[in-house]
Write a protein of this length. Structure first.
Length: 731
């Protein structure tokens, strides 16, 4: 038995649009069988139909919790079986301007935060679509949508257009070609459904608002950059979209090389009901993705061959693989305010779930019964349009939703308000090899987990078009919103309760990203061979490490080698380019960096035991990539600033401040082209420079060998010729 309660805290309207995110199916515009939209919605501020501008705002809070439940299995990426609660939030400022009768510009600024149950893990059909699966992203506002919309008329007759934040036109040609270019979310235009497509006004489950198998191109926040071309006719439409794919699964950074990583989406829409004399829509979707996606069969084969302790889907060099799939989306009006819908989807399931969620085959069917009742009303005498505030209760009954994956079996039963689902019964393991799946694609094993989340969904929708408000209206606005201050305070408390990431947690993820502590410690010795270049200058660099704390570095130019070595106690060097061909001891200042290089694991690993102090300074950017910035105050007095990619947790940049003979020296080191060597990721491309200098030297790694046989004598300072000729004492 499922229990749920959902409440909309407040709903405010502006302009002449109904649900801000809901897109009315085209059938409702052309088919009289569809129920008419509310022609005069009540709003906090008056609507304007003759303006070319759009300004509105919306805030969405979703609070979810579940009690303790029994789990037959659990892992670090499973849904927690212990009681937990979480509140997510999305705040959006919608803006737009119509430049002329065929061109408009849309710009939306968004802020997302809060937390998710189990940080969004453990459920392919997650119960909150508003969550960001990477809780470490910056909480600063960001550009959600930014696009140019151009309409080409192909007929002279016009139809009325329902204005929204996605389209400001009052009317459009019946036959037309529409082109959108810029940043957008593909679900804004594809796989739209009047019952389940909008977390702000309908359900909140990932596999209800979108087709679960549709791994649509998007960054972590759900947006991509690309182009959408749509042909609209009287009873049918055809759409095509080309978008950029992320660098890594669920990553915030897109690959700006569309000839390598890209996604294509096609959709045919027929506005014709399957029930006679009733409006309906049939949509057929197809998509292809090309990205750096891992292959499940290869990840499992690596595990079976003993190459890795557990299957890791990301354990592969950079390569482009393809995923493709199909979807069907049908909605059918049965009676006034009663709509049935169904979705079906399939993808090939061979490659990594990259941008959406872990589903290969899905079926969803439901019945939506919608109604609305305004509980509280207030009128402003200065306005000809009544201003209404209050709590609006809207509800739907979704009969049944079933989802099945070739590597997972999931069955969800629902009874939900229109603004969100109340719970589910989940059966099955997730399929991702990097998310605890340790079985082959032929396995039919299924484990059962029961999950009953109780959801309370608070929402405030405010759309403001009239910026200049008269004194009487301002006083009325203040009186109305005074009643909602306690609700907003509670929501703010929930939104601010998300656990902050600690420096130890970030460093632990950095170690894990490199391969894990156990893997790092298994390397007893290492040899690195690289090429060094700066302008026309070329040299060969060789570094050999051996535990504990031994290192030898050779810088070879035209057959002559500059050698620096540290044996764990003493540092020495040979400098033939300075005319010093005999080994000589190094000063403490000169061998500072050499001692750091002797640490095979790096200063971050077990930094406390080494006497260092670490501090998480927050987020920063390296050439447009969001990074964690860590300050490491070292035992020797040096200070290092590590910039870790917020998605991969690998180093992108290192700033070093060191004191040599009383003078401060600052340098920078950039890392890239990470490759795996026996389960450990190393950077194979580096650039270094003095801080503030535009000139950088390049280091290109050619080969890394592990656990090689290195003689202890390589690290010990050899005797000089003078010492060799000196007779022993007493003879």
């Amino acid at each position: 038995m499922l229990a749920a309660f959902s409440m909309t805290a407040a709903r405010l309207w502006a302009q002449d649009a109904p649900d801000a995110d809901a897109q009315t199916p085209p059938a409702q515009a052309d088919n009289p069988a569809s129920p008419p939209a509310n022609a005069d919605p009540e709003a906090m501020f008056p609507h304007f139909k003759d303006t070319r501008f759009w300004l509105s705002g919306q805030t969405n809070f979703i609070f979810q919790t579940h009690p303790d439940f029994h789990a037959a299995y659990s892992g670090q990426n499973s849904l927690s079986s212990h009681n937990e609660k979480a509140t997510s939030r999305v705040m959006t400022l919608y803006t737009g301007v119509r430049l002329n009768n065929s061109t408009e510009v849309i710009v939306d600024i968004e802020e997302a935060g809060g937390a998710a149950l189990s940080t969004g893990l453990g459920l392919a059909g997650n119960t909150d679509l508003d969550i960001v699966r990477n809780p470490l992203l910056s909480k600063a506002p960001y550009l959600g949508r930014g696009m140019i919309h151009k309409v080409f008329a192909l007929s002279k007759d016009k139809i009325e257009n329902q204005r929204s934040f996605l389209s400001l036109f009052d009317e459009l040609p019946r036959r037309r070609l529409e082109i959108r270019f810029g940043k957008f979310g593909l679900p804004d235009f594809f796989d739209v459904n009047s019952v389940g497509s909008d977390t702000h006004f309908q359900f909140t489950n990932w596999t209800l608002d979108n087709n679960g198998v549709w791994d649509y191109a998007a960054d972590t926040r759900g947006y991509t950059v690309g182009i959408v071309v749509a042909y609209e006719d009287r009873n049918w439409s055809f759409r095509f979209a080309e978008g950029l794919m992320p660098k890594v699964a669920n990553g915030i950074d897109l690959v700006w090389k569309p000839w390598q990583a890209h996604a294509e989406n096609w959709e045919y829409e027929l506005r014709h009901g399957v029930v006679p004399k009733k409006a309906g829509v049939v949509r057929l979707l197809a998509f292809t993705n090309y990205a750096n996606m891992g292959i499940y069969r290869n990840a499992i084969a690596q595990f079976q061959q003993g190459l890795v302790p557990v299957p890791v889907i990301t354990n592969h060099p950079w390569h482009i693989t393809r995923k493709y799939g199909f979807g069907v989306n049908i909605e059918q009006n049965l009676a006034r305010n009663v709509t049935a819908f169904t979705r079906w989807g399939w993808d090939d399931g061979k490659t990594e779930s990259f941008a959406y969620t872990e589903v290969d085959l899905t079926f969803a069917g439901g019945l939506g019964v919608n109604g609305a009742e305004s509980i509280s009303r207030r009128a402003c005498s200065t306005s000809t349009v009544r201003d209404t505030t209050g709590t609006v209760a809207r509800w739907s009954c979704l009969l049944c939703v079933c989802m099945w994956s070739s590597k997972a079996t999931e069955i969800l039963l629902w009874s939900a308000p229109s603004c969100g689902p109340t719970g589910n019964l989940l059966a099955g393991k997730q399929k991702s090899a990097n998310k605890m799946a340790l079985f082959s694609s032929e396995s039919q094993g299924v484990a059962l987990v029961c999950f009953f989340p109780y959801l309370v969904h608070y929402r405030r929708l405010g759309e403001i078009m009239k910026v200049a408000i008269g004194p009487a209206r301002a006083m009325e606005f203040a009186r109305v919103w005074r009643h909602f201050a306690p609700v907003i305070a509670v929501l703010a408390m929930f939104a601010g309760s998300a656990k902050a990431q600690t420096v130890d947690e970030v460093i632990a993820k950095n170690i894990q990203a490199h391969g894990g502590l156990e893997k790092l410690k298994s390397v007893r010795s290492r040899r690195t061979i690289a090429k060094f270049s700066e302008g026309s200058f070329r040299a060969e660099f060789r570094q050999e490490n051996k535990r504990p704390d031994k290192v030898r570095e050779e810088f070879v130019i035209q057959g002559m080698a500059q050698i620096q070595s540290y044996d764990g106690k003493t540092g020495w060097q040979i400098s033939p380019f300075l005319g010093r061909k005999d080994p000589e001891l190094m000063s403490q200042d000169d061998m500072k960096s050499l001692i750091v290089d002797a640490d095979m694991d790096g200063p971050l690993v077990n930094y406390k035991e080494k006497g260092h102090k670490a501090e998480l300074l927050g987020h920063d950017s390296v050439e447009g990539t969001d990074c964690f910035k860590i300050k490491l105050s070292m035992k020797n007095g040096d200070v290092r600033y590590y910039y870790l990619d917020a998605d991969s947790f690998l180093e992108l940049k290192l700033e070093i401040q060191t004191t040599i003979r009383g003078g401060l020296q600052e340098s920078e080191l950039y890392y890239g082209d990470y490759e795996q060597v026996n389960g450990i990721y190393y950077p194979f491309a580096m650039e270094q420079a003095q801080k503030g200098s535009s000139s950088r030297s390049q280091i290109s790694v050619e080969k890394i060998e592990q656990n090689v046989n290195l003689d202890e004598a390589k690290f010990t300072m050899p005797a000089t010729k003078t010492e060799a000729k000196t007779p022993p004492a007493g003879k």
